[in-house]
Design a protein around this ligand. Structure first.
Ligand code: NAD
Ligand code: UDP
Length: 341
């Protein structure tokens, strides 16, 4: 890793204008890899830092060799191993799928807490802006719906989801303390369920499970009675909102909800996937995981006002693109069919 990302480009008047130097942690993951793409397209130099635990080289393969992209294999739990000069940091490093984070709960908490601390130190030292990919899980199993940013949440602090929920809550707290005490330039995005191409076939979240099952003709698993709700946002729209939040003035720290308020029951979602894939799979019911939130729907008033952002990719349009991606994945990886059967 070279010390400085100092590549310059010329402005129209001939004076050199330095490209934005951006660190994306978790950049080989589902959302992070789309973010790397958009930032590169907009002229930035991007360092993608990832330990490839739930992310995949495949997601960023097309960027390898691009002179404005580099990959740093590293775990954010450990201090950043090389000197980096950065203008902006997007901190996305953290497993996001319930089966993935509950498989390694202690490391998940450490990833959120120590990862935030290590990256906040880098941001503070460099006077860089830093954006935390926080989550709707901050609200736990909410007693109000839709959830505004002012809602403090209803989180089980000792249950199997706590490693993720409380880790992310502590990270938000660390971010705000760094801003208050050290003047760190922070942004907090509370992301709601995001879906789209580049999710792994074995990711374990509802979108990938149901689509892979439907395309493979195996039983489609709905947990609980399927009356719980989620609000699904297409990945390109989530990424656009993150970039817009990063571009806001320093006074805007958030938290800002980012999600599509089109709330659906999981039963409806499964039925749409089944219809759109033309599948003859049966929908079967499995026990609801402990602490699975009953409702989730973002109040996005802040995002609309502060970011001039409103998601407009409808669920069926986004699912059509996502189903097409998974069809290709299943041709590429025939074994994936068995993984979620
Ligand atoms: P993902 O699992 O595909 O991506 C996470 C990435 O972080 C992976 O590339 C993984 O290898 C990397 N990573 C995990 N632990 C790490 C560590 N200790 N050090 C370095 N890298 C590490 O998940 P995603 O859906 O792309 O989520 C990205 C971020 O957005 C996460 O922080 C997640 O909490 C947040 N988020 C996502 C959603 C969503 O619906 N996708 C919703 C809310 C919040
Ligand atoms: N779910 C389901 N079938 C699956 C996977 C998940 O019914 O194969 C449910 C899960 O219990 C939850 C919702 O779908 O109510 C969304 O789950 P996901 O793991 O995608 O994300 P969460 O919002 O719970 O973090």
């Amino acid at each position: 890793m070279q010390r400085a990302m100092t590549h310059a480009r010329m402005t129209r008047g001939g004076a050199p204008r330095r490209s934005l130097r951006v660190l994306v942690t978790g950049g080989a993951g589902f959302v992070g890899s789309h973010l790397c793409d958009r930032l590169i397209e907009r002229g930035a130099h991007v360092v993608c830092l990832d330990n490839l635990s739930t992310g995949r080289r495949q997601n960023i393969e097309h960027l390898i060799g691009n002179p404005r992209f580099s990959l740093l294999l590293h775990d954010v739990v450990e201090p950043i191993p090389v000197p980096l000069e950065v203008d902006e940091i997007y901190n996305l490093a953290c497993p996001a799928s319930p089966p993935a984070y509950s498989a390694a709960p202690i490391h998940t908490t450490m990833t959120s807490v120590l990862g935030a601390r290590n990256l906040l130190e880098l941001a503070t030292e460099q006077n860089a802006k830093i954006l935390q990919a926080s989550t709707s899980e901050i609200y736990g199993d909410p007693e109000v719906s839709p959830q505004p940013e002012t809602y403090w949440g209803h989180v089980d602090p000792i249950g199997p989801r706590a490693c993720y929920d409380e880790g992310k809550r502590c990270a938000e707290s660390l971010f705000f303390d760094h801003a208050r005490i050290l003047g760190t330039r922070i942004k907090i995005a509370r992301i709601f369920n995001t879906y789209g191409p580049r999710m792994s076939t074995d990711d374990g979240r509802v979108t990938s499970n149901l689509i892979v099952q439907a395309l493979s003709g195996t039983d489609m698993t709905v947990y609980g009675d399927g009356s719980q709700t989620r609000s699904f946002c297409y990945v390109d729209e989530t990424v656009e909102a993150l970039i817009r939040l990063m571009a806001t003035p320093d006074a805007v720290a958030g938290p800002v909800n980012i999600g599509n308020p089109d709330e659906r029951t999981i039963n409806d979602f499964a039925a749409i996937v089944r219809r759109m894939t033309g599948s003859r799979s049966q929908i079967i019911y499995r026990p609801l995981p402990v602490d699975d939130p009953r409702r989730r729907c973002p109040d996005i008033g802040q995002a609309v006002r502060l970011l001039d952002w409103l998601p407009n990719v409808g669920l069926e349009e986004g699912l059509a693109r996502t189903i097409a991606y998974f069809r290709d994945e299943l041709v590429r990886l025939p074994m994936a069919r068995e993984a979620v059967a």
